[in-house]
Design a protein around this ligand. Structure first.
Ligand SMILES: Cc1cc2nc3c(=O)[nH]c(=O)nc-3n(C[C@H](O)[C@H](O)[C@H](O)COP(=O)(O)OP(=O)(O)OC[C@H]3O[C@@H](n4cnc5c(N)ncnc54)[C@H](O)[C@@H]3O)c2cc1C
Length: 388
């Protein structure tokens, strides 16, 4: 592609600064308290929605800002760079793309404007199951059509923000795997209104970090047939379609985490005096921070490349996957450097390093674990034999 500049436009700089300014009203104590109680950051999310940031990727005609994935990424990055946790809201940005690309006009008109205003929240994405994990096509939740309804049965695992959402994007099998040519056929995507759904049970899981994650149980749950997105049986390709956006946005979360760790580590190690000089003057402290900074900057280049390709409508699978991997690893290294620089204080809750450390760790594992990114690069980029 021709336009490969790495400087932000004036509008992007203004957007970044405005998001950071809004985030500053939610200081570390706010996130620390919610983390201890494992509560959702409702006040923050409502303000972010009111300011229009969560509707950044929704086109103007549906009441959104009509911005690109580049800007969506900058918003999430700034939330994490400020010390917050964009994990509470990032999913809406990548889930709604499935509705936008594959939903009917009626679905788009019914839901997108309300998602843009915040009247409806779409933050839940139900894919993972206890018996299939990363092997998505083996999922066992079924949705069987009966007249004007689908009857859903099964279980989902680690599904986040369900209790904070009105709508959930659900992947379920509509044709048994032994009746389809390819295992990727026969899966369908539904946009389910989960408010007051009978037979639907949500069991919150206490996780390592505050992520509003749950196990879900569907017992003969009836959903209207018009909850189906696009064509029945084509759901897996619709989900794959949204993966590049997801990878780029999650890479942005990690970049924000990494930058927060580096800023914290630099500030602390420059003022902490031990043996008569700032600890940051010691190469054992300084070099891991410098190294982590270089890795974050390099990952940012890959994120920017992936986002620019995505926004130009060009293929970006390798770049989006590599950005996710590189940013998650770089943030993890930055987190370790930050904890090390803080000594014992790195483990004290009031310094927030341990909280951010737990939050940053997630992106090595979810939404896709880094082993599978390497498997993707090995197979699809380098043409090596398939391992999965
Ligand atoms: C906090 C949290 C929130 C989440 N939120 C959501 C959500 O909202 N919606 C949703 O659908 N899911 C969600 N997930 C699930 C997440 O996407 C899965 O955990 C992830 O996809 C992996 O599935 P699994 O945990 O069953 O691991 P498994 O698939 O069982 O894998 C376990 C380990 O084996 C390794 N492995 C497996 N196969 C291979 C292979 N072929 N080659 C190399 N290594 C391999 C993996 O790297 C991994 O380390 C969430 C998870 C967490 C922890």
């Amino acid at each position: 592609m021709k336009d490969m500049t790495f400087t932000l436009t004036e509008e992007q700089r203004v957007l970044k600064a405005a998001v950071y300014e809004l985030c500053k009203q939610y200081p570390p104590e706010y996130w620390r308290e919610l983390d201890a109680k494992r509560e959702y950051p409702d006040a923050f999310i409502n303000e972010l929605t009111k300011a229009g940031y969560l509707a950044a990727l929704i086109p103007h005609e549906y009441g959104g800002a009509g911005l690109g994935i580049t800007e969506g990424g900058l918003i999430l990055e700034e939330i994490n760079r400020s010390g917050g946790n964009a994990g509470a809201c990032h999913a809406q940005m990548y889930i709604m793309g499935t509705v936008l690309r594959h939903g009917s006009d009626a679905q788009k008109n019914a839901y997108l404007p309300k998602i843009a205003t915040g009247e409806l929240r779409l933050q839940a994405f139900g894919v993972t199951e206890p018996n299939s994990g990363s092997d998505t096509t083996k999922l066992q939740t079924t949705a069987i059509k009966q007249g004007d309804r689908y009857i859903v049965n099964g279980q989902k695992m680690f599904i986040s923000r369900v209790l904070q959402s009105d709508l959930m994007l659900l992947l379920a099998r509509t044709t048994p795997v032994d009746q389809v040519k390819k295992k990727t056929d026969g899966l369908s995507v539904f946009l389910v209104d989960i408010r007051g759904l009978r037979g639907f049970e949500v069991r919150p899981l206490r996780m390592m970090m505050n992520h509003s994650t749950n196990a879900l149980f569907f017992d003969n749950v009836e959903i209207p047939a018009d909850s189906l997105i696009g064509q029945e049986g084509k759901g897996f390709s619709y989900i794959l379609d949204g993966m590049n956006a997801e990878r780029i946005l999650v890479a942005s979360d990690s970049l924000g985490d990494g930058r927060w760790f580096i800023e914290k580590a630099v500030a602390y190690s420059s003022q902490r005096v031990i043996f008569g000089r700032p600890i940051g003057a010691n190469q054992g402290v300084q070099f891991p921070i410098a190294k982590a900074h270089m890795a974050i900057e390099a990952a940012d280049l890959m994120r920017t490349k992936a986002a620019k390709l995505f926004d130009a409508g060009e293929p970006c699978g390798p770049e989006a996957n590599m950005a996710k991997y590189l940013a998650a690893e770089a943030a993890w290294d930055a987190g370790n450097a930050c904890i090390d620089a803080h000594g014992g204080y790195g483990y004290a809750e009031e310094y927030d390093v341990e909280r951010k450390f737990r939050e940053a760790r997630l992106y090595k594992t979810a939404p896709i674990n880094n082993n599978l990114v390497m498997a993707y690069v090995g197979e699809h980029v380098l043409g090596m034999p398939r391992s999965y």
